[in-house]
Design a protein around this ligand. Structure first.
Ligand SMILES: [Zn+2]
Length: 175
């Protein structure tokens, strides 16, 4: 099932998602719906919060083809950052939940500074604890998605000048 992402300023995007206590068939079905929705809406990552579902579940596929054919779909249950590098990077980010309210097909982008690498822990769909070192693009996307689970949007992390410009583009007051 394909579900449409909520758009800022929907208050559900600001809710803190709850940890998944048990991997049930419902959680597995949710993960599949999230993957379908992510590919359908041409994203490379999606958090359950973006669909108005307050569970700590993230899906991602950074290798997806240009015409959105799945290559390496990944599901992260209860993802958490264990440690982050002191070294940071600046990169342009966008989000399926942040579009101009003047034109909902125009996604807003902006430069965000984040740790370059992270070590993170999560549960896989079999309920096993996994730990991995995420570097560069994967580290960035993971931090963006975990932010969603905490009710944080990338526009909250912009430089003041960028934020002003984006508020004008978004067409309403934000953060
Ligand atoms: Zn996002």
């Amino acid at each position: 099932m394909v579900l449409a992402p909520l758009h800022h300023p929907d208050p559900r995007l600001r809710e803190k998602a709850k940890p998944v206590a048990k991997i049930t068939p419902e959680i597995k079905a949710l993960a599949q719906d999230m993957l379908h929705s992510m590919y359908h809406y041409k994203g490379i990552g999606l958090a359950a919060t973006q669909l108005g579902i307050p569970h700590r579940v993230v899906v991602m596929d950074l290798d997806v083809t240009q015409d959105m054919k799945p290559v390496s779909p990944k599901v992260y249950i209860n993802p958490e950052i264990v440690s982050a590098s002191i070294e940071t990077s600046k990169m342009e980010e966008g989000c399926l939940s942040v579009a101009s309210c003047k034109d909902s097909f125009k996604y807003i982008t902006g430069i965000v500074t984040r740790p370059l690498h992270i070590r993170m822990r999560y549960l896989d769909l079999d309920g096993n604890v996994q730990e991995e070192e995420d570097r560069d693009m994967l580290a960035r996307c993971m931090q963006h998605e975990i932010d969603h689970l905490d009710g944080i949007l990338f526009i909250d992390r912009l430089e003041p000048e960028d934020r002003k410009r984006l508020i004008a583009e978004l067409g309403f007051d934000t953060v």
